[in-house]
Design a protein. Structure first.
Ligand SMILES: NC(=O)c1ccc[n+]([C@@H]2O[C@H](COP(=O)([O-])OP(=O)(O)OC[C@H]3O[C@@H](n4cnc5c(N)ncnc54)[C@H](O)[C@@H]3O)[C@@H](O)[C@H]2O)c1
Length: 490
């Protein structure tokens, strides 16, 4: 939000940023009533001259109203959208009350026309120099409201990211509200509801044991309750649950909210493929970015250094959302980068899990590091080719230069649950379904499921043979082909 001193108020230094606490402090100081400035006002560059209806009391309206009767040219906050009373700056200059509080107030709330708020153009043209006064009782004051964060999900990664968001919300208390709500799919943990355990212990002992969550992270068993009033929604669920949770949230969320998807997967339905940022955007009607990177949850939770990437939409809204999410997540040990490529970031996160299954097969076969490096190289090329072939606007550098691309591929092929289960698949001969239950303690396996979905999609298009590594992973995982055949067609 860009806030500056009114151009008509020369004494004021330009303010490029303003903290909500500053504004609140100023607003909480009681302002003395205005004297009749309609006659006292000096001529200004503004063409809108102060007038007051005869029925009006001699003093100007007290601050904190939703519209100014002195400027009938300005529409009175229709649908409650305009958070300011607008006065020509001549009013402010002529204000006889020069006490410090009053002046500070004006300084703090003077707002340049080039803010994100859609002030009425006609009114602005008429009043070339404006000073805006925030209205604390106005519904429009929402423009200065703090961001309310809701984390939709509470698994291994969901809890790790809730910890970061909670800590940053505490540190940046002028931007974020104190409470960070977290939707927890309710289940029993040692005879108690998991939400209760999390709220009592400030820890998620089922999915992120041994890591303390800040006390402002509050668990809710209902997604709608957790998302109530949220302006920033963080979707961090295994992809199989996204549709059902979005259905619970439909019509329940703030339509002005920004969302971000941390889901590593794709949805394939009726031969069509979608990334989850698009599913969320279409289902809930909110702009949705994506975050992905080389981020093994336990390492991030222990504050071991890692990088991540936010892929955002184009345009001002896309950038604004990305900057807010940057502030919510960036820390000295969790470095956030940004790129205008939601699809590329999302697809990297989904497809690298299929490559990680292949990497796990090589571990199970005892083939060594050279073989794994070859799988990773071929896998990266297939990931990039697939994304460019089926999605518009994907940037090649997302794959080669960001944490979401090559870095996440490397980490997933060396660590992570997909590699681990694929190694066990070769060594034990058990199915992925069984191994997920035996090895992951309730966590969900994404790579085998994504391999199946990608195969279904390519088959519908007659393109299975164009992606030999993806095909080999599917055939070994689901068609009983020997893992030794992994590289035979590459
Ligand atoms: N764990 C990681 O290291 C990591 C890192 C980056 C991204 N991701 C991605 O983040 C997403 C979330 O993964 P995670 O690790 O937080 O989850 P997880 O696999 O650790 O946990 C499973 C979660 O699903 C919930 N769940 C189970 N049944 C459910 C249902 N019917 N409805 C709704 N929720 C249900 C559980 O409560 C739990 O929170 C995934 O897409 C994953 O690929 C994970």
């Amino acid at each position: 939000m860009l806030i500056s001193a009114s151009r008509g108020y020369k004494e004021l230094p330009t303010l490029t940023a303003i903290s909500l606490d500053q504004i609140n402090r100023a607003l909480s100081s009681r302002l003395t009533p205005w004297t009749d400035l309609a006659t006292a006002a000096t001529p200004s560059t503004s063409t809108a001259r102060p007038t007051r209806p005869p029925s009006q009391s001699p003093s100007l309206p007290p601050p904190f109203q939703t519209s100014s009767p002195h400027h009938p040219g300005l529409p009175p906050s229709p649908r409650g959208r305009y958070p300011f009373i607008l006065y020509p700056s001549s009013f402010i200059r002529a204000c006889p009350n020069s006490n410090a509080t009053h002046r500070t107030h004006h300084k703090l709330v003077s707002i340049h026309r080039k803010t994100r708020f859609n002030l009425p153009r006609q009114g602005l043209r008429k009043m070339s120099t404006l000073t805006a006064i925030t209205s604390s009782t106005s519904p429009l004051a929402s423009a200065f409201k703090k961001q309310k964060v809701a984390i939709i999900g509470s698994g291994n990664w969901g809890s790790a990211i809730a910890r970061i968001a909670g800590n940053n919300a505490l540190k940046l208390s002028d931007i974020f509200e104190y409470e960070v709500s977290m939707y927890v799919y309710e289940e029993d943990f040692n005879g108690k509801p998991l939400t209760q355990v999390i709220n009592e212990l400030h820890e998620n002992p089922k999915y992120l044991p041994g890591i303390k969550l800040p006390e402002n992270v509050v668990a809710y068993p209902s997604a709608a309750k957790a998302a109530e009033g949220a302006t920033l929604l963080v979707f961090v669920l295994p992809h199989q649950f996204i549709r059902s949770v979005c259905t619970q949230l439909k019509g329940q969320i703030n339509p002005e909210a920004y969302a971000i998807s941390m889901i590593k997967g794709v949805e394939v339905k009726d031969g069509e493929i979608s990334i989850f940022a698009d599913v969320i955007e279409e289902t809930l009607g909110v702009e949705c970015a994506a975050l992905s990177g080389a981020n093994i949850a336990n390492e991030v939770a222990e504050d071991k250094f890692s990088e991540t990437t936010i892929g955002h939409r184009e345009g001002e809204k896309g950038k604004e959302a990305a900057e807010l999410f940057f502030k919510l997540f960036d820390t000295p040990t969790f470095k956030v980068g940004m790129i205008e490529d939601v699809a590329g970031v999302s697809l990297c996160g989904a497809l690298k899990n299929v490559v990680a299954i292949a990497a796990g097969f090589t571990d199970g076969l005892g083939w060594g590091d050279n073989a794994k490096a070859a799988i990773m190289r071929i896998g990266l090329l297939e990931m990039k080719r697939f994304s460019e072939e089926f999605f518009k606007g994907v940037k090649p550098e997302t794959f080669t230069e960001t944490s979401a691309g090559v870095a996440d591929l490397i980490t997933t092929c060396f660590g992570g649950r997909n590699r681990k289960c694929a190694e066990a698949f070769v060594k034990t001969g058990k199915s992925f379904e069984v191994l997920e239950k035996e090895l992951l303690n309730g966590q969900k396996l994404q790579g085998s499921e994504t391999a199946r979905e990608i195969h279904e999609f390519l088959k519908a298009r007659g393109k299975v043979d164009d992606y030999p590594l993806f095909k080999a992973v599917y055939s070994i995982a689901y068609e009983g082909i020997d893992a030794h055949d992994l590289t035979s067609k590459l």
